[in-house]
Design a protein around this ligand. Structure first.
Ligand SMILES: Cc1cc2nc3c(=O)[nH]c(=O)nc-3n(C[C@H](O)[C@H](O)[C@H](O)COP(=O)(O)OP(=O)(O)OC[C@H]3O[C@@H](n4cnc5c(N)ncnc54)[C@H](O)[C@@H]3O)c2cc1C
Length: 468
């Protein structure tokens, strides 16, 4: 079979690879998009979208537990048909996957090849369908996959990951969720709210990725209302007849299934990167520049989860666009990256914006705080548990970051991210209108608290209302 020669080969048709293709295509360069495994993107197939569909069902069903407080009769009699709930999630997922495919690879003809690729030398790729591709430039966008310890594979289908979870036709009676980062917490809470007996474990001492001790403490307290959480001990799984025994320190539970959510690992092994000529880090990931996505000064670019840096969707999209642009440009250009934004869609949302607490120079930082307990709108919604912590440079009053666990955190986190991106100071932000009664009033209270602590008030010559 004759080798195929192209200007650009893109490996992986996930969000990063498709965004890279969207930049290479119009450049006039010849290209091939090569994807091993199921096309349709991790986001639509097994990630963002089915998980949010399940969260929505669980939240709607959970809402019944508030109804007795204001006289809605019959709420105790509500029940949920779990196979139907899963079918709904799968229908939505299929719809999202179809939309991705019909807007991308379905229309690419022979420019799209379904095969796994590996490097033979820095410009030559061998595909597992027997073809060889010689490319002047290459974009690696092969994504990541769930980590499952080798010993746990022996338990077969009783240990689920997000790769197979959304395929389930029914849900088990009891589940141990191991790993309480974003994915474990979102799914663990949803399963619990759907009536599954959930026990959560994590070897670390925090959950949901919060690095601010106050937010982490509050997150643990709030989440433990949904299901028991055991932290800080190594977790082991053993046989218990039909069931599995999950143990950590003094705790031991028997469960039908385990949801293994201990993290994801970049898909680098299958690429034979030792033949690519690239310098690799200790994890086997090529060294790269986050503003150009270029690996060293080579003709190879890397984008999305595979580079292990910012494994979230909008970053994978941005990185794909940067890599695709540079892989088809005469000259490599550096692009400004976005301010970090991370949202955990558990209820209440746990959100991280900009500089994280663990990255702050605490001596130079003012921290403003509000607890959600007395916030009027949150009380009305029956969701007034949480805390918002804002960080600003003490001297200049510039807002730097935030960590929070709060209802509608997904919206507040965006507002804060946009404000910090615009370089706004606390004094400037506090002059914005805050309608009454909205959740943003919680933000206003945290900003007021912060304003009192920063040195630069950014007050103009006209006396402002907030300084009265
Ligand atoms: C349960 C879950 C929930 C999530 N929720 C959110 C969320 O709410 N918000 C958010 O921002 N992010 C979320 N994410 C993360 C987000 O989905 C990912 O960051 C994003 O999908 C990564 O895109 P990608 O293009 O890097 O990888 P992918 O979409 O995984 O694409 C990589 C492709 O490369 C293929 N491939 C692998 N090896 C090879 C090879 N050797 N040759 C050719 N092809 C290969 C793979 O099969 C795959 O098709 C979630 C993830 C999960 C798992």
């Amino acid at each position: 079979m004759a080798d195929k020669q192209v200007d650009v080969a893109i490996l992986g048709s996930g969000t990063a690879g498709l965004n890279a293709t969207s930049r290479v295509g119009p450049s006039g360069r010849s290209f091939l998009l090569i994807n091993g495994g199921e096309p349709g993107t991790t986001c639509a197939r097994v990630g963002c979208m089915p998980s949010k569909a399940l969260i929505q069902v669980a939240e709607d069903y959970h809402r019944r537990t508030h109804m007795g407080r204001y006289g809605v009769d019959g709420h105790q009699a509500l029940s949920i048909d779990l196979p139907e709930a899963m079918e709904h999630v799968q229908d939505l997922r299929d719809n999202f996957v179809d939309r991705v495919l019909s807007n991308s690879t379905d229309n690419m003809g022979d420019k799209f090849i379904e095969a796994y690729a590996r490097f033979v030398d820095p410009h030559t790729l061998e595909l597992d369908n027997g073809e060889r591709v010689i490319a002047e430039r290459i974009v690696i966008a092969t994504g990541s996959r769930p980590i499952v310890p080798e010993a746990w594979r022996a338990f077969g289908e009783r240990v689920l990951t997000t790769d197979d979870f959304f395929e389930q036709e029914d849900l088990p009676g009891s589940v141990a969720v191991i790993g309480l980062g974003v994915i474990g917490l979102e799914l663990g809470q949803s399963l619990s709210r759907l009536g599954i007996q959930v026990t959560g474990f994590d070897a670390a001492n925090t959950i949901g990725g919060a690095s601010d001790p106050e937010v982490a403490k509050m997150a643990r307290e709030i989440m433990a209302r949904d299901f028991p959480i055991h932290l800080g001990e190594t977790v082991e799984i053993g046989e218990a007849g039909e069931k599995l025994r999950v143990s950590a320190g003094e705790t031991s539970v028997e469960v039908d299934k385990v949801l293994c959510a201990i993290g994801r690992t970049p898909n680098v092994e299958g690429l034979a990167l030792e033949n690519s000529g690239l310098e690799l880090d200790a994890r086997g990931i090529p060294l790269f520049d986050r503003n150009t996505m270029q690996c060293g000064d080579s003709h190879i670019f890397i984008a999305g989860d595979v580079n292990g840096e910012r494994p979230i969707l909008h970053e994978a999209g941005d990185e794909g666009k940067i890599a695709g642009y540079n892989a088809s440009a005469e000259q490599v250009m550096a692009f400004r990256r976005k301010l970090p934004l991370a949202i955990n869609f558990c209820d209440p949302n746990i959100c991280l914006v900009g500089t994280r607490h663990e990255e702050l120079d605490l001596a130079a930082t003012a921290i403003g705080e509000v607890k959600l307990a007395p916030v009027g709108r949150a009380m009305i919604m029956g969701q007034n548990r949480g805390i918002i912590r804002l960080y600003a440079d003490k001297a200049s009053g510039r807002l730097q970051g935030a960590e929070m666990i709060t209802v509608r955190g997904e919206n507040l986190a965006h507002l804060l991210n946009w404000a910090i991106t615009q370089g706004l100071s606390v004094g400037e932000l506090i002059r914005m209108p805050f309608y009454h009664p909205v959740i943003e009033e919680a933000l206003q209270a945290a900003l007021n608290n912060l304003y009192a602590q920063v040195e630069a008030k950014n007050d103009g010559p006209i006396k402002e209302l907030h300084t009265l």
